[in-house]
Ligand binder design. Structure first.
Ligand code: ZN
Length: 278
């Protein structure tokens, strides 16, 4: 059992509305900043952000990202800001457009994968381009591993100098058509990670009903955790989560069962090799 601090990531808002998007999901920048602040007070040290752009004619995704980041930096000192660079049919330029605002981190999927009803397409050229942009802007990637090959692709990016080591890797478990949320799968992924990138830090996200179970595996195995309404709208079988903060508090509460505690913002920055808060 480890006593190391746990970085709690809160993924406050998904890319696209879910079937029954809960009113608890923050979609406007002011709501997103408020929800992040509540999650920060509950113990989150990293926020993963998508923006929902209703009117692309008046404001760009990049402008919305900048607005949310500015609010988070003001109200949540030291919290690590991570932008999503997810697809939704956008071009590489559109997906990378927010990076000029230099968040601490950004997501980087290192391969393509089927989701429930679509292909999440990340060509080798796009991955190289996004990794290069992040490297040149000093934005640390969170490598998103949705399928096995993506782990080895990440190692190749490190070897080629496109991702600065130590890498930070997130295993995403429980998305239909991608990796299932099975303990043996995580065990295997971790044994491979430790073999090919022993200095890497890691976390895992369990999607939907798997969220809490995967949180527990991560705490037991010495990893970091991700929670939030992007991945899961339910607190338990009987009710919807009230807020991102409620999901963060649940995870913070059970850290002690594994001899761990939530990382402070400065500890989280140190663990991930990030600069002190801007
Ligand atoms: Zn996301």
């Amino acid at each position: 059992m480890t006593t190391s601090p746990v970085i709690i990531t809160v993924a406050i808002t998904g890319a696209v509305p879910k079937k029954a998007d809960s009113p608890a999901v923050p979609t406007q920048p002011t709501e997103q900043i408020e929800s992040t602040h509540e999650a920060y007070e509950a113990g989150a040290s990293l926020v993963h952000i998508h923006v929902r752009n209703k009117d692309e004619s008046s404001s760009s995704d990049a402008a919305l990202f900048a607005e949310v980041q500015a609010g988070v930096r003001k109200h949540c000192p030291g919290m690590i800001v991570q932008f999503s660079t997810g697809g939704r049919g956008r071009s590489q330029n559109e997906r990378a457009s927010s990076l000029v605002h230099r968040p601490d981190m950004a997501s980087l999927a290192t391969g393509s994968v089927n989701f429930a009803t679509q292909i999440y397409e990340n060509t080798p050229q796009l991955i190289d381009g996004m990794a290069t942009t992040m490297r040149d802007l000093g934005v640390k990637p969170e490598i998103e591993v949705f399928d096995l090959a993506m782990l080895y692709n990440a190692k190749a990016l490190v070897d080629r100098g496109l991702v600065k080591p130590p890498a930070h890797v997130q295993f995403v478990l429980g998305i239909p058509n991608a990796l299932p949320a099975r303990r043996q799968v995580l065990d295997f992924l971790l044994s491979e990670l430790k073999d090919i990138m022993p200095d890497a830090t890691w976390t895992a996200a369990g999607v939907g009903r798997h969220q809490l179970e995967v949180n527990r595996w991560c705490m037991e195995l010495g990893g970091h955790v991700r929670t939030g309404l992007e991945d899961n709208l339910r607190f338990d079988k009987t009710r919807l989560a009230k807020s991102n903060a409620e999901l963060v508090a649940r995870v913070a509460d059970i850290c002690g069962e594994y001899g761990r505690r939530p990382a402070t913002r400065s500890e989280a920055r140190q663990i991930l090799g990030l600069a002190a808060a801007p």
